[in-house]
Design a protein around this ligand. Sequence first.
Ligand code: GRF
Length: 207
Amino acid sequence: MKNIAVLVSGGGTNLQALIDAEHAGEIKGGKICCVISSNENAYALERAKNAGIQTLVIKKKSYDNISLYSCAVRDALLGVGADLVVYAGFMTILGAEVVKAFPNKMINIHPSLIPSFCGKGYWGLHVHEAVLAAGVKVTGATVHFVTEECDGGPIILQKAIEINNDDTPETLQKRVMQQCEWKLLPQAVSLFCEGRIEVTGNKTIIK
Ligand code: GRF
């Protein structure tokens, strides 16, 4: 059984999707062992506690710089024996210290079809605002491995939806979450825990 650690900062709906999937037996070969939040007031912490999952709060402002903060998160992840680290709405780009400790063992969910609308500055509603401003006809979500390049690691799964004429950033965010993110993330986590994701360079093959 692989130990899954989930990094959160906010509402935690993606964490909830993982908890629900685990309870439904849809995460094959894995179990959420710990939820780490950068924000002591994150509702995601309540969701973890309600599910009986261990929680830790590691605040960025308690550390002098991002490198020290990254080391603290890395040490916590190693301390709980994480085999897989899931970024589920974690609002800090962690340094190389963490990526090096978990090579191809960290995954992130991003609310667009990478390589579009991703990288620095593309978070939350900003992603969906940019999608609507560009006038593209489809958007979606991507689960990918985390590397030192922001939103640049090998893509594991993607799902697309069509954009409606009357969409606002808010309606689009909601549909991308409901129809893409909450489905893709548990699927990708299960594939990882089943050992079905092969990484070759910047590509993955699902076996
Ligand atoms: C999601 O849109 C996710 O794609 C992004 O941050 C948001 C987190 O939402 N990385 P939640 O905390 O899981 O509700």
